[in-house]
Design a binder for this molecule. Sequence first.
Ligand SMILES: [Zn+2]
Ligand SMILES: [Zn+2]
Length: 377
Amino acid sequence: MSKLVMAYWDCPVCGNKGIRGDVTNCPSCGRARGEVQFYMKGYTEGETREENERSDVEYLDEEQAKYVSKNPDWYCSFCNSLNSDNAEFCSNCGSSRADSEANYFEMLQKKKEREAAETAAQPQVSSSQQKPSRSPMKVLLVVLLAIIALFMWLNGNKTSGDLTVTSLQWARNINIEENRMYQESGWELPAGAEQTDARSELHHYDSVLSHYESVEVQRSRQVVDHYETYYTYTDNGNGTFTEVPHERPVYTTEYYTETVQQPVYQQIPRYQTKYYYNIWRWTPSRDVTASGEDHNTFWPEVELGENEREGQRTEAYTFTVEHRKNKGAPETYRLAESDWMNINVNDNLFITAKRTGAAPYISDEKGNKIADLIRIK
Ligand SMILES: [Zn+2]
Ligand SMILES: [Zn+2]
């Protein structure tokens, strides 16, 4: 059963607050209640209350409830006061109900529309008075300039002068390869291999469906256990609210077993021909090196044994420099052969390095490139 609850109102004339819904004239200033909004103490519209959360709800007793009309109050057009649905004449000025143009809810709606129209009519004072924000273009420009400056600094040269060449080094190396026989096996016979054996061997397993078997599986589902009641409250527009009960389901977890068919797979071995063979491969085996500390470079003499051939040739041309004044550690650099041929012991050099960490190079005093370098240590 829906129950009636006491509503309250605030006097818009003198500001007196929390006047009971069954009082029609403000106890402070004596004015009849007019454009007011009823409310329930401790409750906001739309809120829900649980069964056990209603200790502060002020119910009307049955005797009181008997005399309360189900309908909202009507609004007197002459004196702007609210009158009970039971009254045919305004209790404040005596005007007929027939002249009333609105009930409580229609009165509230008109009040809302009037207030909205007043707000819209207010001149807008927002955008034009905003503080001028820093232009995003300016910020972008500053960031861009900073990036360009950093790039220019990184790309700048660090020229170290006063370097003296203290020694030259060269090394030429010939790798000797030997033709060796390897014993190998595989699923295919490579070109040039001498087959020694071929056997049928396990290659892989195939998973093949054998049959299905029944398996019991535990499952769960949500089922309704019972219903519980919760409450909302609606404004009747006559100094009372109505308590409205609602129901919602409460769920519980139910467990049950289900029989399912699960596939069972069998692992079937698959055989293939595996080849065993001897194969000859050229294999790096030893190095023959020539080196020196002058410009008289040459390739070393090579004596080839049986089953040997010359493989890869490598060469390196380096020089070491020392700082003449500040005694840093000696530095060794590698050069292309033609550039290295132009460098002599006791030469004075400039070496330029970019701050970005790119490869250094031999330069003139101003940092102009003469020859590319690779730093060794
Ligand atoms: Zn008042
Ligand atoms: Zn009236």
